[in-house]
Design a binder for this molecule. Structure first.
Ligand SMILES: [Zn+2]
Length: 337
């Protein structure tokens, strides 16, 4: 029962979303588990904390303190993005819509000479006004997207780790870019949810403090820890479904499935790959933790999805990747006669 509510949905009813509109990349069940339930959970918990903060204080005082906490959360988000902007060094920052930057990129990464053109094609396909800026840096392990204007979608930037450009194929890079642009297109880069979440965290702490002030120290600590854990769990669940949505977006827009499956399989831990049964049971808790708290679905689930999607939609993927200027995934073999 708990697993039915909290577990991550299986992919099986969604192996063939080709032809689905992009805003509809989750099944109804996934939307309920990934959006409705986490939101309901977080909102009711927030209301409970505000109510508890208001006990012993007037409603105005409680509203004021939550307001202050919200302002603080907005300020923190703002300074987080400003700090990130300071880390961008011009040498590794590329606006690939300009010929100068495209030439600079060619020179530094000759093995990815097709990337500027692919970035344009994928951005157009993803419905973005202009291709995101590209920054090659180590602020992320693989790739990540940020909205430098706090949610207006006008100034998107993709950060990509230099290791990815050095070690991976142009096809895999195109897949990662399409995944990140999915986050941009679907509004996942907006700052508002982070601010709302910060406010809720403030309200949970404030409720705990209110209990402690009225003499119940242990209860206050327990409540705050439990509320923060539940809040984080709900947030992680909705993040996992956003990742799934963007994985599907990446397949549809880049046409790259096989390389993505190989890439995520490399990142699969020994445990996920099928360790001996006793080990799997012993580490069952880690599995559960992963499915409850991680921001991404497990590598194993993502690998499996990319494989199954590739098998189910081979012709579509080939057509799309060729349109994006990528080599076909399986070159034609000519029979020697
Ligand atoms: Zn993602």
């Amino acid at each position: 029962m708990l697993k039915a509510i909290f577990g991550f949905s299986s992919n099986t009813d969604f192996y063939n979303p080709v032809g689905k509109p992009v805003h509809d990349l989750l099944s109804t069940k996934e939307k309920i588990k990934g959006r409705v339930l986490p939101l309901l959970g977080q909102v009711s918990l927030f209301a409970l904390s505000v109510g508890m903060s208001a006990m012993g204080a007037s409603l105005e005082e409680a509203a004021l303190s939550v307001g202050i906490l919200g302002g603080l959360a907005a300020y923190m988000r703002h300074s987080q993005l400003s700090n990130y902007k300071k880390k961008l060094d011009n040498e590794n920052l590329y606006d690939l819509s300009t010929p100068q930057d495209a030439a600079r990129f060619h020179e530094k990464y000759p093995e990815h000479k097709g990337l500027p053109a692919q970035l344009h094609l994928i951005a157009a396909e993803a419905g973005l006004d202009k291709p995101p800026l590209l920054h090659v840096g180590e602020n992320t392990d693989y790739a990540a997207i940020l909205d430098l204007d706090f949610g207006k979608k006008k100034n998107l930037l993709i950060e990509i780790n230099p290791k990815i450009l050095k070690e991976e194929s142009p096809a895999l890079v195109a897949h990662l870019l399409a995944h990140e642009m999915g986050h941009g297109r679907l509004g996942h880069t907006n700052s508002l949810p982070a601010v709302v979440s910060g406010t809720a965290i403030g309200a949970h702490i404030s409720a705990g403090v209110q209990m402690a002030v009225s003499g119940n120290y242990l209860g206050g600590i327990f409540y705050t820890v439990a509320a923060l854990t539940a809040h984080k769990m709900a947030g992680a669940k909705s993040q996992q479904y956003k990742e799934r949505e963007c994985d599907r977006h990446a397949l549809l827009v880049s046409g790259v499935g096989r390389e993505a499956a190989d890439f995520f399989e490399k990142g699969t831990t020994q445990l996920e790959k099928g360790a001996p049964l006793p080990l799997r049971i012993a580490f069952g808790a880690i599995d559960t933790y992963q499915s409850l708290m991680a921001a991404h679905p497990s590598h194993e689930k993502r690998t499996q999805y990319f494989r199954d999607f590739t098998d189910a939609n081979h012709a579509y993927l080939e057509k799309t990747r060729i349109k994006n200027g990528l080599v076909p995934s399986k070159p034609h073999r000519f029979k020697m006669v």
